[in-house]
Design a protein around this ligand. Sequence first.
Ligand code: 5AD
Ligand code: SF4
Length: 441
Amino acid sequence: MSAGRGNTFFIHTFGCQMNQADSGIITALLQAEGFVQADQELDAGIVLLNTCAVRENAVDRVEHFLQRLQGRKKREKDLIVGVAGCIPQYKREEMFSLYPAIDFLAGPDTYRTIPSLVEQVRHGGKLASLEFNSFETYEGVEPFRQGATSAFVPVMRGCNNRCAYCVVPFTRGRERSQPFISVISEVRKLVASGYREITLLGQNVNSYCDADEGYDFAALLDAVSREAPLVRIRFTTSHPKDISESLVRVIASHANICNSIHLPVQSGSSRMLGRMNRGHTIEEYLEKIALIRSIIPDVTLSTDIIAGFCGEQEDDHQASLDLLSTVRFDSAYMFFYSTRPGTLAAETLEDDVPEPVKKRRLQEIIDLQNRISAELFHESIGTVVEVLAESESRRSSKQLMGRTAGNRAVVFDRELYECGDLLHVLVTRATSATLTGRPVQ
Ligand code: 5AD
Ligand code: SF4
């Protein structure tokens, strides 16, 4: 291996928490081969973009980075640029002609090949490693983690659903789960290293299945919670079809499992859910919400919702607004639909809602949800909440930012507290996104 800057790498991560976790896996794989992580892109001889293809604007952002890197490559002939994750898996070798900056491509199942791809492209040429491997769970790779408070543990990868709008089944392939024993051993190491929060990750985390050992997600969560009794346990993302009563009872019965569930709904209209191929109606979704709330009354719920999917009429949109008013989610990720070539929707449905209408509907959804979040957050004023301190606040080094068990962000006076501390905070102010307060004994 050549010495000096050529050995150093920097990863830009786009997209979801799964991608953040994957960047930790890629970092560990490169470090194991003697590569060194740089503090900033300009110090690195190898620049990697770990990408997301889920929405058009995520792809646009990566495109922008690649254009900039093309400029850098003109000045620095030995700079190596790699693109990993969902975009190369989706666009494949076409990427090389679209973006001349790229030296190599690696998909979500081929991160193990990245160190050797780097070595090979040093000798010239462009390489793509884009095979699917439905057995790859990256078992045995201990991801590099930033910070020592919160850790992601990917427990399953891929998606067997076929939501009509979604590229994930095409980019990440079939579902496969990390063996139970391997999850538990990772959790033990995290406990021993002093982590205070563990988030179990998967595209459909609650379809986790270790058939050999007989563990479904409820059993896994139960075991993880027992293994790490002083650690906050979270999980994301859940699919409504896999919310079972046994899972909800496990969440309710362990103090350390956060009473917070992210449950994407996508639309409030059963007609749209049918067109989206979600596999459930809105009534079935609401039954799951009722089940969760009957067993965990103080649960906080969040969701994903798409405005302007193919064929969406004003009354479907109204049904989405009504759903937000009925459920009163704590927060939501809200998007307008962008067609993704190759998906069921792109192949079989017409993207017929004009862009200004999509954007207007999205804005109505955002305005309503912000109002609901603000109302819910205001109810916390005057109460004392338990907060895990995560980082310095963005505004001031005299304040820390942390989260409640319900996943609400809380900014509070630092005093003598450090990241990783669990403390009580009296809430004095609230917006639709953040609580503010001061520590109390
Ligand atoms: N257009 C808009 N939003 C999408 N999502 C997935 N695919 C699309 C698309 N084509 C949203 C869904 C999903 C979240 C991760 O991204 O709400 O839950
Ligand atoms: Fe995409 Fe649907 Fe799978 Fe989620 S469940 S990753 S939205 S196909």
